[in-house]
Write a protein that binds this ligand. Sequence first.
Ligand SMILES: Nc1ccn([C@@H]2O[C@H](COP(=O)(O)OP(=O)(O)OP(=O)(O)O)[C@@H](O)[C@H]2O)c(=O)n1
Ligand SMILES: C[C@](O)(CO)[C@H](O)COP(=O)(O)O
Length: 220
Amino acid sequence: MTKSIIITAGGKGLRMGSEIPKQFLTIGEQPILMATITQFYRFDPSMTIVIVLPKTHLEYWDSLVEKHQFEIDHQVVKGGETRFHSIQNGLEVVHSDLVGVHDGVRPFVSRKVIENTFKVAATSGAAIPVISLKDSIRKVSGLNSQAVNREDYQLVQTPQCFKTTIIKAAYANGYQASFTDDASVVEAAGHSIQLVEGNDENVKITTPNDLKMANWFLNQ
Ligand SMILES: Nc1ccn([C@@H]2O[C@H](COP(=O)(O)OP(=O)(O)OP(=O)(O)O)[C@@H](O)[C@H]2O)c(=O)n1
Ligand SMILES: C[C@](O)(CO)[C@H](O)COP(=O)(O)O
């Protein structure tokens, strides 16, 4: 089955608070987004790679590609108002049997997680990586809180992988503010989601502290 990956990097990175959106900040020697693209290319060089960028930073990306002599082939699509709208734009150029959606700021996804998530999606239609919680959690209501069973919950990562017909039909149903990821869009369209084991290192670089940890991790 043919595969594509949409690497979504159309956000502003407000929680990072940096001058340029976080996907363009450097870890190790290259921008985070290039490190992420490289993980998918290494997994399967024949996979179609689509990246979604902020409309305001298309030329900036071109300059980074030139500066870093980045040679991995990829198609660029303009981002939208929310993550949902960015992915909707990305899906328009996808024609493969399977498609994954991955956050551009998750450069530490493992090869095994990419492989397993696509494999399960090929049979079930929809698969996402998750990890168990290691901390205790509490449900908060107003000033009160109550301990809840952490075994009832899992943390959700990307790549979230689907048969292309399924995710395209789900995104065509339109935006709901409750959508936080692609699985919630596909689930709202009536499909069940299969869970596969994620990898602990596959963090979404969101805050300055995440960036420090990512650089520390790279130096190990
Ligand atoms: N309109 C948007 C918003 C987000 N994203 C992407 O979705 C991923 C996960 O989103 P998040 O970490 O929340 O990124 P930002 O929206 O950029 O961050 P913030 O919420 O702090 O502004 C990121 O790779 C981000 O670039 C996107 O493609 N288009
Ligand atoms: C898709 C995601 O990374 C799964 O954990 C997450 O839902 C993105 O959330 P954000 O608020 O757009 O960062």
